[in-house]
Design a protein around this ligand. Structure first.
Ligand SMILES: NCc1[nH]cc(CCC(=O)O)c1CC(=O)O
Length: 322
């Protein structure tokens, strides 16, 4: 019997993340036995429908959480981006690994071999993305591009992006790098052009709320600044009731040297075509780790609402029948 059993999806990215957690747990105590168990989710089974149309929160997490609650596994590892704002009763987000690069990246096929940034991409180019967030921001900022639905695991999407039906695609930097394909990144898209999804680049670990043994082990490996920032982004997500059905992004981080760090927030909500957008950028200067991410999240919510975020959300939801 292993000391800890980790449940995860079976995609290459999910397995990389689960093994990163297993390695972190073993690094604390080399005698520890940690197993990784693959669990198939609804999101893995439904491959032919756009994610934004399935309309079910927790598509990639529900089956794994069921096994957690049943005591079959001790923890589940997720991309924080895929974790809905409300967890099932009895589950808690116990830890996060240090966040990787949260930005999105442009990958291009052979027809765009001269392109070095989004502005270079020629009129009419089909840019694959399954995300309303990416599509709305592309439409708002680069109206010459044609965002085109793309689905599948990261490896499938990368292959499609370089194939006949697309000129390129937008994918998360963190995922591409974890798969070892950094050399396929044509451009790192700046946050000013594309605000990342809530939790993008962060790996989260969920456990049972009463499992003190597992919670104690996870506390040893958790990265507090990542947890504080991602949890604050999730406040924005839950208060605006945004799931995968609404174009929404929020990214909070500390920037700069340790003695003068700035807590920086970017967040937006938009209509599907990107023509209406509420958007904020906030900065708080202080010493290392100073400033409260949850507090800037509240300020951002206020500013977004003043710009009509709630009305935009309401219209988007009505238009997709929510
Ligand atoms: N929705 C799929 C998904 N979930 C997490 C990541 C990337 C890894 C991360 O956010 O850390 C991806 C792929 C992508 O968006 O390109």
């Amino acid at each position: 019997m292993a000391d800890f059993v980790i449940g995860t999806r079976g995609s290459g990215l999910a397995l990389w993340q689960a093994h990163a957690v297993a390695d972190a747990l073993r690094a604390q105590d080399p005698a520890r036995e940690v197993d990784v168990r693959v669990i198939k989710t609804t999101g893995d089974r439904i491959l032919d429908v756009p994610l934004s149309k399935i309309g079910d929160k927790g598509l990639f997490t529900k089956e794994i959480e069921a096994q957690l609650l049943a005591g079959e596994i001790d923890m589940c590892v997720h991309s924080m981006k895929d974790v809905p704002s409300a967890l099932p009763e009895g589950c808690v987000l116990a830890a996060m690994l240090p966040r990787a690069d949260a930005r999105d990246a442009l990958v291009c096929g052979p027809r765009l071999d001269q392109v070095e940034c989004l502005a270079d991409v020629p009129e009419g180019a089909r840019i694959g993305t399954g995300s309303l967030r990416r599509a709305a921001q592309l439409r708002a900022r680069y109206p010459q591009l044609v965002p085109s639905e793309i689905r599948g695991n990261l490896d499938t999407r990368l292959a499609k992006a370089e194939g006949a039906d697309y000129e390129g695609a937008v994918l998360a930097v963190s995922g591409i790098v974890r798969m070892g394909w950094e050399d396929r990144i044509r451009a790192y898209i700046p946050v000013e052009d594309m605000i990342p999804a809530v939790g993008q680049g962060a790996v989260g670990i969920e456990a049972r709320i009463d499992d003190e043994r597992t919670l104690a082990a996870l506390a040893e490996i958790s990265h507090a600044p990542t947890m504080a920032c991602v949890n604050a982004e999730r406040i924005i997500l839950s208060r605006l009731e945004g799931g995968c059905q609404v174009p929404l992004g929020a990214y909070i981080r500390w920037e700069g040297p340790a003695d003068e760090q700035t807590l920086v927030l970017d967040a937006f909500v938009a209509s599907l075509d990107g023509s209406e957008m509420a958007r904020v950028h906030l900065e708080r200067v202080g010493a290392a780790g100073q400033g409260d991410p949850a507090e800037v999240a509240e300020m951002a919510l206020e500013a977004l609402c003043e710009q009509g975020a709630c009305e935009i959300m309401g219209r988007v939801k009505a238009s997709v029948g929510l």
